[in-house]
Design a protein around this ligand. Structure first.
Ligand code: ADP
Ligand code: MG
Length: 681
């Protein structure tokens, strides 16, 4: 109970809980994210150069006090040891510091500095008085993530008051003692002390690294154990690859497979040929031809008498997969059934019967596939499209409909390899790094909002030439934020801008039926312009759409914009992507990266560099990106070391039975990040 701690009362306890600090242990693990270095005062002559808070020590030369409409303003002029002057300024109510200072006093003050024409002025946040001979001894002050009602200072003071007691109750150390020693880390108690109350920044940094290493070690150990388990089971069906299968598949297609497709199919078939269930992630940029690869995997399963299930996150996407896969599989006599939520009861039960009886080889659908009553005769392959959109449990539930089926996860979001290998610790990675030939690159422009009328003029021209266009905006309704709303923009376009054109509106709050109807109309050319939120991101493939306008483009990650852009340029006609950003957004440089490159992996690397791994939080498996302390990219070296250590530990002690691994085992059972690894289960 957090209430039991000194300094926490009935008023503050709920504020701590809001920050998920609900116990002494949670408070101990609530690590500072930086430190204010108050160890050395800044000489008056150098104050105001850093822009951040600064601290200074000086002797009071003069004090000015006044009251303005209930506010008390106190300004003390101080001289530092060199005799240089600065002003410390307090503004407050109720005799906050009124009358407290007088000439000759020695003070320590801290705050943000303003430079006035008469010299530096510190707007005081913290201050203290110093006795005549008392040397100034500053501290490294930990700064904690705070909330509106609970300041970092309050958190720091509660931690400080309770630190010995908190440390005494610390959880078992996840690091085996030999490993901590090897890495040059002290005891965990010492690390907690050093991170909450450090004497030097170096000490704090090493302690932080220890916790990051521990977090990674738990993650990597869980992955390693799971991998071992999977490798040990040998309960998957090892499928036989007929020697002429690739050639037959190739011959059935109107174009040659790209080298990348061929390579990736070989990797997948190789996995499926083993009795260890495949667990592979297929990464391929939008338009790189993943559907064909999926068809190849399905084909191999079908040739071996096994059924496949492909699950997609939206009906739009599932519907598209079904309509694209069917003709690819048809020449091989492989039949497909669709299972959707909005499907009529009759067609649903017909599909379900065929799957259960084994008459149909392939099920394509949404989450509806997971419902009870959808069963398979011999499910040997599960394919999960846009895998990050599904939870751990959902993926597991689909797999549970077969006996150790092979699993292929697919994603159209290129994630930097470094990140992917860490995040998907237990997935083998296949990458399609080549687009089919004959694509004209999409011309991309970054344009200020003031020029939007010109953009729409351009759209009109393209439509007059017989094409269609997307207009994408971030918000659905007006007033949710300052962002452009698709509802409002669609209205405006219909009424004013494109009154002679047919404008449709698509967003996530429409019913599944309605969405499909709008899509159908856009696909069939009954609509000229589709105004949409990012639901259009995955799943839509309309070859005649050649222009993509993204409003408030600054709100999207580069990788996401790249994906949106992939909705056009699907046929030979020249395509355009126009990124519109507010005049004051200052995002031009970032958006320019897109105007210069069409390589999804390169763009992802840039996104990573510019905005950090957080951008991939939604796209990478979100659970795993949710690391408490570590940052897989910034701390990649620590991660690699932890991964090596984990391999060694699990190699020597597969079940973590040895007493020296008890702490690690306990952490494994309680730390939420390890749940993310169930991606492999
Ligand atoms: P993804 O799912 O990776 O975004 P798709 O599988 O939808 O990509 O393929 C995009 C388009 O490229 C489709 O129209 C498909 O027919 C075509 N395509 C796929 N592979 C090839 C290839 N090897 N040569 C030419 N066109 C291809
Ligand atoms: Mg696709």
């Amino acid at each position: 109970m957090i209430e039991n701690l000194a300094g926490v009362g009935p008023k503050t306890a709920p504020l701590f809980r809001e920050l998920n600090i609900d116990s002494a242990a949670a408070l101990l693990d609530y690590l500072p994210f930086r430190y204010d270095d108050l160890r050395f005062p800044t000489p008056a002559a150098r104050l105001g150069q850093s822009g951040s808070e600064e601290n200074a020590v000086g002797r009071v030369v003069a004090v000015k006090e006044r009251r303005v409409r209930g506010l008390e303003i106190v300004e003390a002029e101080l001289a530092d040891d060199s005799g240089d002057r600065f002003v410390a300024k307090w503004i407050g109510r109720n005799r906050y510091v009124y009358g407290r200072f007088h000439e000759g006093m020695r003070l320590f003050v801290r705050g943000r500095v303003e430079r006035s024409f008469s010299g530096p002025v510190i707007n005081v946040v913290t201050y203290g008085t110093l006795a005549e001979d008392q040397p100034y001894r500053g501290e490294l002050v930990p700064v904690y993530r705070a909330s509106k009602d609970l300041a970092s200072r309050k958190i720091a003071s509660v931690v400080k008051k309770n630190l010995p007691r908190l440390i005494a109750g610390a959880p078992a150390d996840p690091l085996p003692a030999y490993l901590a020693a090897e890495r040059g880390y002290g005891s965990i108690a010492e690390a907690y002390r050093a991170v909450h109350a450090p004497d030097t920044p170096e000490e704090a940094e090493l302690a932080r690294e220890r916790f990051v290493f521990g977090e990674f070690l738990v993650l990597a150990t869980a992955a390693q154990m799971r991998r071992n388990e999977r490798q040990r089971d040998h309960d998957a069906r090892a499928l036989r690859v007929p020697p002429d299968l690739l050639k037959n598949f190739q011959d059935s297609l109107p174009f040659p497979l790209t080298d990348a497709q061929r390579r990736v199919i070989a990797e997948i078939w190789n996995d499926m040929g083993r009795d260890v269930p495949m667990n592979r992630l297929l990464q391929g940029d939008v338009g790189s031809g993943k559907t064909l690869v999926a068809a190849g995997a399905i084909l191999l399963a079908a040739r071996n008498g096994m059924q496949s299930a492909l699950m997609a996150p939206t009906e739009l996407l599932a519907w598209q997969h079904a309509s694209r896969l069917a003709p690819l599989l048809l020449p091989f006599g492989v039949t497909l059934e669709a299972v959707f939520g909005s499907q009529g009861a009759r067609s649903r039960s017909a599909a379900v019967a065929k799957l259960a009886g084994g008459e149909a080889s392939v099920a394509v659908g949404t989450h509806a596939l997971l419902t009870q009553g959808v069963d398979f005769d011999r499910l040997g392959l599960t394919i999960i499209d846009e895998q990050h959109r599904f939870g751990v449990e959902q993926r597991a539930r689909l797999r549970a409909k077969g006996v150790s089926p092979h699993t292929l996860h697919m994603t159209a979001t290129p994630i930097p390899r470094t990140l992917a290998q860490s995040v998907y610790a237990d997935l083998d990675l296949s990458v399609i790094d080549e687009l089919p030939p004959g694509r004209t690159p999409i011309a991309t422009y970054a344009v200020r909002t003031t020029r939007l009328p010109l953009v729409y003029e351009f759209v009109r021209k393209n439509i007059a030439a017989g094409h269609q266009a997307y207009v994408v905006a971030p918000a659905i309704e007006e007033g949710e934020s300052a962002l452009t709303s698709v509802v409002t923009e669609a209205e405006r376009l219909k009424k004013d801008v494109f009154s002679e054109l047919r404008v449709g509106l698509l967003h996530g709050r429409l019913g599944a039926r309605e969405k499909e109807e709008i899509m159908r109309r856009f696909v069939s050319g009954e609509l000229d312009v589709l105004v949409s939120t990012t639901v259009v991101e995955v799943g839509v493939d309309v070859a005649n759409a050649t222009t993509m306008v993204v409003l408030d483009a600054h709100r999207y990650g580069l990788a996401q914009l790249h994906q949106l852009r992939g909705r056009v340029g699907r046929a030979a006609a020249k395509s355009y992507c126009i990124l519109v950003y507010p005049d004051d957004a200052g995002e031009r440089d970032r958006l320019e990266i897109l105007t210069e490159s069409t390589d999804g992996f390169k763009i992802a690397d840039e996104d990573l560099r510019l905005r950090g791994p957080g951008v991939f939080a939604g796209t990478a498996q979100s659970g795993a990106a949710d690391l408490r302390l570590g940052d897989l990219v910034r701390d990649i070296d620590v991660y690699r070391a932890a991964k090596l250590a984990a391999e060694r530990i699990v190699g020597n002690d597969p079940q973590l039975e040895s007493p020296e691994h008890a702490g690690l085992r306990a952490a494994l059972e309680t730390q939420p990040t390890t749940r993310a690894l169930l991606i492999s289960s």
